[in-house]
Design a protein around this ligand. Structure first.
Ligand SMILES: Nc1ncnc2c1ncn2[C@@H]1O[C@H](COP(=O)(O)OP(=O)(O)OP(=O)(O)O)[C@@H](O)[C@H]1O
Length: 251
């Protein structure tokens, strides 16, 4: 399958010298579901910020390598233009507007694709509520009063409302009960299959992500150290020992 996104030899620094990524190469096929895995500080969020263009707001910059989306080099493009191309980034921490209602939060997403950008047919609320039924009952509630799981659903639903072509989700499971986190990953998979949407998730919960993704990359200290199909990674001994609770240390 052709690549929607391709990173080649990407190196990123913060503040001019603090290296966070060192030669990262990865690709997300069109309609693929890819997981970027690793522990705290490995560089996962930095990778997503480099792709969406948010790096420059944190004094980060690409030192080497390229970021191509649908064959086009987007590395120098401002973040709003990347969003207009359909690259939407759900940042870590359930970023919703707490004083706005669920519906108002969804509407806010339309700005991401730009009023003067390519004509984007609006998603209806019903399309979003189809994937996230709890939001339907809370549609007039302030987002600040939603549960953690509902806020994460709203953050993802809002990105979906803007008709993304590549959806990137940073740590969807963070701070959520295992059952809710699993539910969110099931929904992401459903969206991927039904909409043909390309998805790149960043996740510390390796087992959870590999249950739903097609392919995974493992990042350590800014470098990709393992990659493979979700099935092969799940069965790989090196990974099982470090991330999946297998191996001698788990006994
Ligand atoms: N805004 C920033 N300014 C300076 N250094 C940063 C900044 N953001 C991240 N870093 C550094 O870059 C490295 C990678 O961080 P990053 O947040 O990408 O890791 P991560 O894998 O997403 O971890 P986490 O799960 O904790 O978010 C770390 O050493 C971190 O301290």
């Amino acid at each position: 399958m052709a690549a929607a996104l391709e990173l080649a030899d990407l190196s990123v620094v913060y503040g001019g010298s603090n290296e966070a990524l060192d030669g990262v190469s990865l690709s997300v096929p069109q309609g693929g579901f890819v997981a970027l895995l690793g522990t705290n500080g490995a560089g996962k969020s930095t990778t997503l910020k480099a792709i969406s263009g948010l790096l420059r707001f944190e004094n980060g910059s690409v030192r080497r390598g390229s970021i191509r989306y649908m064959g086009q080099d987007i590395g120098a493009m401002p973040s709003y233009r990347r969003a207009r191309l359909g690259i939407l980034h759900v940042r870590e921490g359930r970023c919703v507007f707490p004083t706005m209602t669920v519906e108002e939060n969804l509407e806010a997403a339309l700005f991401a694709r730009g009023r003067r950008g390519p004509a984007v047919a609006r998603r209806t609320y019903d399309e979003i509520f189809h994937y996230f039924p709890p939001l339907r009952e809370r549609r007039q509630s302030s987002a600040g009063y939603l549960s953690g799981g509902e806020q994460q659903m709203l953050a993802i639903g809002r990105a979906l409302f803007a008709q993304p072509e590549l959806l990137m989700v940073d740590e969807a499971s963070l701070g959520l009960a295992p059952k809710i986190a699993a539910e969110i990953f099931t929904i992401l998979r459903q969206i991927n299959e039904e909409r043909g949407l390309s998805i790149l998730v960043v996740e510390q919960n390796v087992a959870l992500a590999l249950r739903r993704a097609d392919y995974g990359y493992v990042l350590e200290a800014g470098r990709i150290v393992e990659e493979g199909s979700a099935e092969s990674l799940t069965n790989r001994e090196s990974l099982s020992k470090r991330y999946l609770g297998g191996g001698e240390s788990a006994h």
